[in-house]
Structure formats: structure tokens, C-alpha cells
Design a binder for this molecule. Structure first.
Ligand SMILES: *Cc1c(COP(=O)(O)O)cnc(C)c1O
Length: 380
């Protein structure tokens, strides 16, 4: 076929993974524990830095769930969450029987608006319920305004959970994404910048919390010769095989960041003359994005539709931006603070193919099809 599928973000093995996986087979460590799990955790701790400890888990969603449990979030509580995100940021709030309170984005980073966040906290406190936690997300790899958000978290003494699922390798003021939250989470799902096929991690400077996460993630077995339980446990640990893949992927993470950023540069250069298309820039030197996905905003709704159709018709995967949680049927009636920033982004945005394994030829094909779509518009 001369029109092979171009994926949005597909797994990209570095070559070192198989040696780790083979080692797991040879030593029979085929279990949700083992030397690769410990090794992968060390790799993550070294990469994120800032004295953060890591627990390798079965998914980023599991990591968020444990973060909420560790912070004592219970039925009837409220947890603040960025509205524009993947549903996995918010679902664990509901697992705990708590209610999300959704916050709009701001235009510089597309992440949680600090101003709206503070307004919401004041309003919730006034109505008698102080939120138990704040979940901030670095969408598509772009760091959120962490100084402002951390200041609010401190001022109101509400712990911060940093959802860095899309932002491994991004930095804010030179510090790694994942090194800001009281608890932070990463994801290694198949579409993320590196993958373990499926997996995640919980990070914190609080070692007791990380020990507790490992305990809860392995069915909460108390020390005893028989199976003794004083807590409800979960089966959330990462397998030694997956962790082996992760160790191999960590060897090439720096390359992956470079490659994803190169995609972004290619698209911005190639489409610089298109008035209808805007990219999200790094606001200043404080913001460094891993450019997990390159996204565009298209000013004309017809042009947006044409681009989407043109790419899809040519076997090129593209996708609208995350639909904000406050617009999701499952969260109808849930409290929301903000205006229409995230809604407008959703209505005019598109994610372009961004895998680190795409060649310039692939990227040129995408750009050509966008040009064709915009050409059609000019006829109107
Ligand atoms: C992928 C993702 C998650 C969930 O991670 P999984 O490992 O797929 O469970 C959470 N939050 C965001 C923002 C994500 O993109």
C-alpha cells in the first residue's frame, strides 16, 4: 500500500527493551514485583529528581486513585480538577465516592487557570466545604503555571496532585514535570512518550506515602505468616516484564523528547504562512514542553472540518483536543468554574500525528493533506 497508516502516537521501542525482558524470563521474575520494578523506579527517581520516590504501578489511573486514597479523600468530599483533560484524571475522584469540581483553562498553557482556581476554592469554602485536593494536568506536555498554582495550594493548605501523564521530560523553570506535586503521577500507556505497554507511577517526596502506595497496590497484606488485612487493598503493581520494557525506554527518553520537539518544529515551519492555523507556543523560557502531541487551533470551523476529513480520508490519524470534563454527559450537573476557554479550545483544536517514529516523509504527507484541505476553503 502506498498510503500506509500514519498514527497519532504509536509505541517506539529503542532496542534495549528486549534484553531486560529476556533477563526477566531467564531469571523467572514473571510477577508484579522483581528487580526490574525496583530498577525502573530508580530510573524514574533519577530522572525526575528533587528527592522524589517512585512506586511503579499498573497504570496512571491507578496512581491517581492511590494518590486520592493516601490523601484521605472519602465519600462526600470534593476534589478540584482541571476540566480540560483525559477522563482518567477525574474518574478516580468518583471511585472514592467524592465529587469533582471542574476548573477552566487559561490561554497561555491550556491548563488550569490559577485565577479561576482561587475563585472556586473561596466559593467552595464559603459554602462550607473545603476541597480535599487539587489535580492539575500538563496537557499535551505543556507545563501548567506551577508557581501560581503551588502558591494557591499552600495558601489554602490543599494538597496538590500533579498529573504529569503526558509530560514526562517537560520542565518548568528547569525542574522536571512530576517534581511539583505533593503527589505526582506518570503514565506509560501505549500512546505516551515512552511506554511499558501499560503502566504508571506514583511519585512523592514523602517516603511513607510511597511505601503505603506499594502496600495498597499489592493487596494490603499485613506482616503475618497467613494473609492478614487491616486495609482494603488493590492489585495495582507493575509487572516485572513491563518494568523491563520501561527500563529500556528510559535509555532513549532524551531522544524521544528531541524527536517529538522536532515534529513540532517541522509543522510550525511548514504551516507558518497559514493564517487559519495557530500553534501553542512556550510562553517564555520557564516553559519547556516535551511536545508529546503537536496541536493546532484552526480559526475557521469549515477549515477545521476539511483538515480533519482530508487527513482521515488519507489514512492519517488525527483527533480533536480533549473534550472538557464539564461538558461530558457522565459529569452533567457537577460544579464547574470558568467561562468558555476550554470549550473554545475543544471546538477549534486538532491533534496532529506526533509519534517519535515519524519520518520527515510522514510529516510532509500530513502537511500536504492540510494544504489540500485549506486550498479547498479558498474556493469558497
Ligand atoms: C493517559 C493519561 C492518564 C491515565 O493514564 P493510564 O496509564 O492510561 O491509566 C491520566 N491523565 C492524563 C492527562 C492522561 O493523558
Amino acid at each position: 500500500m502506498n498510503n500506509p497508516k500514519i498514527w497519532l502516537s504509536s509505541p517506539h521501542m529503542g532496542g534495549g527493551e528486549l534484553a531486560f525482558v529476556n533477563e526477566a524470563f531467564e531469571t523467572n521474575w514473571i510477577a508484579p514485583l522483581g528487580p526490574h520494578v525496583n530498577g525502573f523506579e530508580k530510573d524514574l527517581e533519577n530522572f525526575v529528581g528533587g528527592q522524589y520516590k517512585a512506586a511503579a504501578l499498573s497504570s496512571g489511573t491507578a496512581a491517581l486513585h492511590l494518590a486520592l486514597i493516601i490523601l484521605g479523600v472519602k465519600a462526600g468530599d470534593e476534589v478540584i480538577c482541571q476540566s480540560m483533560t483525559f477522563s482518567a484524571s477525574a474518574n478516580p475522584i468518583v471511585y472514592q465516592g467524592a465529587t469533582p469540581v471542574f476548573i477552566d483553562s487559561e490561554e497561555d498553557t491550556w491548563n488550569m487557570s490559577p485565577w479561576v482556581l482561587e475563585t472556586a476554592i473561596q466559593d467552595r469554602i464559603k459554602s462550607g466545604k473545603k476541597p480535599k485536593a487539587i489535580i492539575v494536568v500538563h496537557l499535551y506536555g505543556m507545563p501548567a503555571k506551577m508557581d501560581e498554582i503551588l502558591a494557591i495550594s499552600k495558601k489554602y493548605e490543599i494538597p496538590l496532585i500533579e498529573d504529569a501523564a503526558e509530560a514526562l521530560g517537560s520542565t518548568y523553570k528547569g525542574k522536571a514535570a512530576g517534581s511539583f506535586g505533593d503527589l505526582s503521577i506518570l503514565s506509560f500507556n501505549g500512546n505516551k512518550i515512552i511506554t511499558t505497554s501499560g503502566g504508571g507511577a506514583l511519585l512523592s517526596k514523602n517516603e511513607e506515602w510511597i511505601s503505603k502506595a506499594r502496600f495498597l497496590a499489592t493487596q494490603a497484606r499485613d506482616p503475618a505468616p497467613h494473609y492478614e488485612h487491616s486495609h482494603i487493598g488493590y492489585n495495582y503493581r507493575m509487572s516485572n516484564i513491563c518494568a523491563g520494557i520501561g527500563r529500556g525506554q528510559m535509555q532513549v527518553l532524551h531522544k524521544r523528547i528531541e524527536q517529538r520537539r522536532k515534529n513540532f518544529t517541522f509543522y510550525t515551519n511548514a504551516l507558518a504562512q497559514k493564517e487559519e492555523i495557530k500553534f501553542l507556543a512556550e510562553k517564555n523560557d520557564n516553559f519547556f514542553s516535551n511536545r508529546w502531541l503537536t496541536t493546532i487551533l484552526v480559526s475557521d470551523i469549515k477549515a477545521l472540518k476539511n483538515i480533519h476529513t482530508s487527513l482521515s480520508d488519507n489514512n492519517i490519524e488525527c483527533r480533536p483536543l480533549w473534550k472538557p470534563m464539564h461538558l461530558q454527559p457522565v459529569f452533567a450537573g457537577v460544579p464547574y468554574y470558568g467561562e468558555k476557554i476550554s470549550e473554545n479550545l475543544f471546538n477549534s483544536g486538532l491533534c496532529l500525528p506526533s509519534g517519535s517514529n515519524l519520518t520527515e516523509k510522514h510529516l510532509s504527507r500530513v502537511v500536504d493533506k492540510i494544504n489540500v484541505a485549506l486550498g479547498v476553503i479558498l474556493v469558497y
